[in-house]
Design a protein around this ligand. Sequence first.
Ligand code: NAP
Length: 224
Amino acid sequence: MKIAVLGTGMVGRAIAEKLLSLGHQVAMGTRDPEKTKKIQKDDFSFQNWLAANQVKLTNFADAAALAETLVINCTAGMVSLEALKLAGRDNLKGKVLLDIANPLDFSKGQPPFLNPGNTDSLGEQIQAAFPETLVVKSLNTMNCYLMVNPSLVAGAHNVFVSGNDEAAKGKVKTLLNSFGWPMERIIDLGDITGARATEQLLPIWLKLWMAKGTPMFNFGIVMG
Ligand code: NAP
């Protein structure tokens, strides 16, 4: 399948690598492809990453247009609406948008706070801004390496899915299953207001990261 990954950070790259390994074609969206290609940080070189991973790096609009039915939002949460506007309403129309972003606001320093939060969520704001797109919130409650390799954490831990369209959620569940998530570990929280709940797991997720000294953990729901 031709899939668009919007975002070039560690999440976008981890998702793109997994999709390629599963035989999908990936168009990766960024604001300025030439600038992104030149990214060199510590021992990471985007040019080397591109040489090892056959994605088509292009702008947000072209990436979204190339997607057959699935676009994955891996942009910084505070600017996801801007990135999706650049992707273009028509290029997103009728497609499933898997939203992984968290609206973490670092404007007042550390720790970040959620913006929006409590009575609203990024997932809901995206769905409201793009009513003809089928938004499904998922994977935002864990580290990106775990998203695509759940066996990195032992035991029965979970991934959550929220969205208004059952068929769209079904497509995302199938994708998650192909990433290694057993169907029984995928918890459907109902409509897109579930994004409010999962985005609000971020403050406890960040505290756990500090307390445990590693991001390699996940939430597991224990039933009586
Ligand atoms: P990030 O640094 O949060 O975001 C990078 C992407 O945001 C880049 O592609 C960048 O575009 C885009 N961006 C930045 N400013 C923009 C603007 N003004 N307009 C449009 N696009 C803009 O990357 P990340 O760490 O990979 O995280 C991606 C998302 O996943 C975030 O929302 C994060 O909260 C969420 N998340 C992360 C993890 C994790 O393990 N890191 C886990 C769960 C959820 P350019 O390519 O043009 O620079």
